[in-house]
Ligand binder design. Structure first.
Ligand SMILES: Cc1ncc(COP(=O)(O)O)c(C=O)c1O
Length: 400
């Protein structure tokens, strides 16, 4: 270690930091924005006369489905307003395909493959593992999924069942797909198979903190491509109100929504309509949601700007990153396979960062990308964390 790095290292180590930037969680100040929900009174009957306390409305309160229709730009009949989380709806989609499928249950197939952008979201990779689905990785670039790689994958394999992606502020690298890119995905996927399943995890649909490229709603693009039956779009309020305490929505065409209804009928008699009503009182329409999300953006944006300031200080030959305009993550791609060394260096200085393994399907980690999740901590802690990140990176580069 050279003297200057050693001095800085010792200085940071002496701070005794204990900072966790492993997961994309909101800071408590963001959660406070929704505290009205904690004390809001809900009447027993909904506006349309449904008794919220009882079973019934298996696909969600009518008013909640209308809100989902407004958010996802799809007809109300094609919406399920559900509970808890979008990941659950995504999982239920896979489970229903596995057990029942459009025609053949996936469990009866000899092999199962799915296209998924990599690096990606660890919970998506977990779903693939659970259903013994091989991930066919495709890279992302600023406009979305690299179409040549997508086409190559389709040409090489005859057992691909669909694709799963995060089309807006993707996790972890922040891309927002262009309309052309999404239309191409529909075009080539549909030509490959009439049952090719397009799953869009729109967890960050309303989470812009800087001006973001125009994106036509996925439903509209899917309709234009005549793919709604095989398109599933999920989103939730987990990062609008409370993690796992909001409500979730899914849109799909008749075939897709019937599959989901089928599996959900076996497991859920009805969603939590009281929480749905509470949310409807608090965020009755898209406009209210957008105004609420501006308050989140005010808290989140300075944290991203701080990260950009630090990452811009790293020498160009260390690697590169792109600047997301929304979402919860920034990822840095190093020019050398030293991500695990940097994670170790950070940990030694009291900053826990997501291990690179989490961003890749099992066994496919090239050890050259790390994700920074800045939202959970305050600006002062983030400043310390970024000092550590930069020093840990410099040390790793100096020593290899
Ligand atoms: C891409 C993506 N999908 C889904 C989720 C989880 O959202 P939910 O709580 O709605 O399942 C996250 C959270 O980190 C995410 O990054």
């Amino acid at each position: 270690m050279n003297d200057s790095i050693l001095t800085q290292y010792t200085k940071l180590k002496n701070k005794g930091l204990n900072i966790d930037i492993t997961r994309g969680k909101p800071e408590s100040t963001q959660l406070d924005l929704s505290n009205t929900l904690l004390n809001s009174n809900v009447q027993a009957l909904s506006d349309s006369g449904v008794d919220l306390r009882n079973y019934g409305e298996p696909y969600g309160l009518d008013e909640a489905r209308s809100l989902g229709a407004e958010i996802l730009n799809a007809p109300k009949e094609n919406i399920i307003a559900a509970e808890q989380s979008s990941l659950l709806l995504t999982y239920q989609t896979f489970l229903s395909c596995f057990l029942f499928g459009f025609e053949t249950p996936w469990k009866n197939l000899k092999s199962r493959k799915f296209i998924c952008p990599v690096p990606g979201f660890d919970r998506h990779f977990k779903i693939f593992e659970d259903f013994d689905i091989e991930v066919i990785p495709v890279p992302l670039y600023e406009d979305g999924i690299e179409i040549d790689s997508f086409k190559d994958a389709l040409n090489k394999h005859d057992d691909i069942l669909g694709m799963l992606s995060v089309p807006r502020h993707s996790n972890p690298s922040g891309e927002t797909f262009s309309d052309e890119n999404i239309l191409d995905l529909f075009k080539y996927g549909k030509a490959y198979s009439k049952d090719f399943l397009f799953i869009f995890d729109n967890a960050y649909l309303v989470h812009d903190f800087l001006p973001t490229r125009e994106q036509t709603p996925i439903w509209v693009l899917s309709e234009k491509s005549k793919c709604t039956d095989t398109t599933v779009i999920a989103t939730s309020f987990s990062k609008v109100t409370f993690g796992g305490g909001g409500l979730s929505f899914v849109a799909s065409g008749t075939r897709g929504i019937e599959l989901l209804k089928r599996i959900r009928t076996s497991m859920i008699i009805c969603p939590d309509k009281i929480n749905q009503q509470r949310h409807l009182n608090f965020l009755p329409n898209l406009n209210a949601i957008k105004n609420h999300m501006k308050k989140h953006a005010d808290i989140v944006k300075p944290k991203f700007e701080l990260i950009y300031k630090y990452l811009d200080k790293l020498p160009n030959n260390y690697g590169s990153y792109s600047k997301p305009t929304g979402g919860y993550f920034v990822s840095y791609k190093f020019s050398k396979p030293i991500a695990s060394t940097i994670v170790k260096n950070c940990s030694d200085l009291g900053v826990e960062i997501t291990p690179a393994d989490a961003l890749f399907p099992k066994g496919k980690n090239p050890n050259n990308i790390l994700r920074i999740a800045p939202t959970y901590i305050d600006l002062e802690s983030l400043n310390n964390a970024m000092q550590v990140f930069n020093l840990a990176t410099t040390k790793a580069f100096e020593e290899t």
